[in-house]
Write a protein of this length. Structure first.
Length: 170
C-alpha cells in the first residue's frame, strides 16, 4: 500500500514516500528430511576425514563450521523483514539503498518456486542484492521501480547459485 507522507528511517535519513511494501523471510526456509541430514552428514564426515588425511585442517574446520551453522539455522525460524520501495530508494529491514547507487533491476517470476527481485549496484564492491517477492505483485513492484531504475530484461532466469541452493536445500 502506498503512503503519501515522506518517511524517515531509524537513523533519521529521509527515505521518501512509500510506493509498495511487503514482508519476507530473512533467509529462505528449507524443509529438510531426516534423509537429507543423513546424506549431508555422510558427505561432511567424508570431507573431514579427507581433510585430516591430507593435513588440511583449515578445510576440516570450515566443513565443521558449515555443519554447525546449518544445524543452528534449521532449529530457528527466520525473522520477517519489512521491504519498502520508496520514491528515493529501497528499504530492506534496517538497510536503505538509494536509487542513485543502483545500476539496474530485474524480476524473475516463475511461481511457485521462483519469485525474486534482483538489484545490481554501480559499485563493484556492492554484491548483487536478491530480494524475495513472496506475495508481492511483481507487476506493481516493477511499475514502482521503472521511474527510478533501468530494468535488465536479459536476466530471465534465477542465478545458478540460487537454483542450487533451492534444489539441494542449502
Amino acid at each position: 500500500m502506498a503512503d503519501n507522507r515522506e518517511q524517515e528511517n531509524q537513523e533519521g535519513v529521509q527515505i521518501g514516500r512509500s510506493l509498495v511494501a511487503w514482508e519476507a523471510d530473512e533467509y529462505p526456509r528449507q524443509q529438510r528430511s531426516a534423509r537429507w541430514y543423513a546424506i549431508m552428514g555422510a558427505i561432511a564426515l567424508a570431507c573431514i576425514i579427507y581433510a585430516v588425511l591430507t593435513a588440511n585442517f583449515l578445510f576440516a574446520v570450515i566443513i565443521l563450521m558449515i555443519g554447525i551453522i546449518t544445524l543452528l539455522t534449521s532449529f530457528q525460524e527466520p525473522e520477517r523483514i519489512q521491504i519498502i520501495i520508496t520514491t528515493t530508494g529501497i528499504v530492506i529491514g534496517d538497510n536503505y539503498f538509494e536509487y542513485r547507487s543502483v545500476k539496474d533491476f530485474s524480476i524473475v517470476y516463475q511461481p511457485p518456486e521462483v519469485k525474486t527481485l534482483y538489484m545490481t549496484f554501480k559499485s563493484v564492491l556492492q554484491p548483487l542484492l536478491v530480494v524475495p517477492l513472496e506475495d508481492a505483485d511483481p507487476n506493481v513492484v516493477r511499475d514502482s521501480l521503472l521511474p527510478y531504475c533501468i530494468e535488465d530484461l536479459a536476466r530471465t532466469q534465477e542465478r545458478l547459485t540460487d537454483t542450487l541452493r533451492r534444489v539441494y536445500k542449502l
